[in-house]
Design a protein around this ligand. Sequence first.
Ligand code: PHB
Length: 385
Amino acid sequence: MRTQVAIVGGGPAGLLLSQLLHRRGIASVVLESRDRRYVEQRQRAGMLEQGTTDVLRESGAGERLDREGLVHHGLELRFGGAGHRIPLTEMTGRTVTVYAQTEIVKDLVALRLADGGDVRFEAEVLEIDASAPSVTFRHEGRVETLDCDYVAGCDGFHGVSRPAVPGIRTFARDYPFAWLGILADVPPSTDELIYAHSDRGFALHSLRSPKVSRLYLQVAPDEDLGAWSDARIWDELAARFATGDGWRLREGPITDRAVTPMRSFVAEPMRHDRLFLAGDAAHIVPPTGAKGLNLAVSDVTVLARALAERYETGSERLLDDYSATCLRRVWRAEHFSYWMTTLLHADPEADEFARRLQRSHLEYVTSSEAAATTLAENYVGLPLA
Ligand code: PHB
């Protein structure tokens, strides 16, 4: 078996890379360890930078996104019982779009398969040879080897690609909290996202459609989901979003719930020989900045361009720059995500001094145009290098 680019992992990064390569006439095989249903159901964030929607559109995956994606021009920071709008579009000229990652995955799988793309589910990668190069995997009970020119490691934080980079350096931060996320069949109580800080902890009001709300609560890292009845979840959300002006949170049936750990993580470099890491395989951000999927998309955009240049001209210049190009953007997003996280969460270990500083920081970001613009330009995404 042979292809040009072997792609390990069929999440958004791997599938989009395969699609971008296909549009440039480059062949790939996607090997995904899970089954198709799992990949298309798992809940993740859903806030897309304008650069991300541009790439999805260019790749041919923009049709349903353009129909169903909800374009946003601002967000709200809420604390001390009052809301403060950050006018993202007014400040940056750019918009963001709410469209769930699971929907992007469904669109990309359908598109690849319709184009005769080779996407193999339940294909367990056993070994990556970054020099030969090749990928050995088990599929339908047989062990096979896929020879290739390049390997793209898009298999997430727990995947096998990153361990195949010898001497890789890693940088990490864990946070003393996690997010309890729910999906609920209830119209959103807001048109724009609300990031709320209170002494009880952080809460986020997001949405999926005019009829489905997505909400999150800061909880302990080892939080027991069993301790959270529907009533307790709604009561806690209402308490954290409470304002002095009678704003009310609409409640409805909860259809999905999960606890997500919060972590910052970067691995350097993102390349070893002919193996290139992309997305969560190389870096993790806490979800407060909504950067995870956007970073995965920018990685594979850079990689697709570099591979296209290599196949069209023979030049390896962009491939040689791949890791450094991506890491500049990754570290900016790491800082922004860390900054948003510490700005908005209630740190159980913080003393009174730290709490006063945090309150001052929130007041500054919501009263200074310069400070608010810093948030806005990072949130909508800085231009791709
Ligand atoms: C989401 O809609 O799931 C979402 C939105 C913004 C975030 C995180 C998650 O910062």
